[in-house]
Each structure stands twice: as structure tokens, then as C-alpha cells.
Design a protein around this ligand. Structure first.
Ligand SMILES: [Zn+2]
Length: 76
């Protein structure tokens, strides 16, 4: 009877370990795929205050200088 209990505990522990490992593998695979889909975005320093801003969020003036926000673009 004692060995049966130990056997059941070992089986449950192995099942939990396998489940955790499968979840971990899936998470790392999703991270890898996500990195492949979205390459790093270029950053630009705001001409007014110097804060780095992703290119897609920059505000550009007529001379094509990057700014972090419309207020800094207005101030120059
Ligand atoms: Zn700024």
C-alpha cells in the first residue's frame, strides 16, 4: 500500500512537470515568433528635449526634424 501511494505521487509529479514544460515551450515559441513578426523600430531624439521616441510616434516639422510631441514641435 505504501509503494502504491509513492507511485501515485511520482506519477502526479511527472504529469505536472510535463504540463509546465509544455506551457513554457509554447510561451518561448510565441516570444520567438513575435520577435520575428515585429522587427525593432528606429528611435529618434526629440529636437527640443532630446527624449528618444519611436519613429511611428514622432511629430515631424516642415524641415523633417523629429519631436516627441506637438507642443515641442511648435516650440522648435
Ligand atoms: Zn521633446
Amino acid at each position: 500500500m505504501k509503494y502504491l501511494l509513492i507511485f501515485i505521487v511520482v506519477i502526479v509529479a511527472l504529469m505536472l512537470h510535463k504540463k509546465n514544460r509544455a506551457a513554457s515551450d509554447q510561451l518561448s515559441r510565441q516570444r520567438r515568433d513575435g520577435q520575428r513578426l515585429s522587427p525593432p523600430e528606429p528611435m529618434h531624439a526629440c529636437t527640443h528635449c532630446g527624449v528618444n521616441v519611436p519613429a511611428s510616434r514622432c511629430v515631424w516639422d516642415a524641415q523633417h526634424r523629429p519631436y516627441c510631441c506637438a507642443e515641442h514641435a511648435r516650440k522648435g
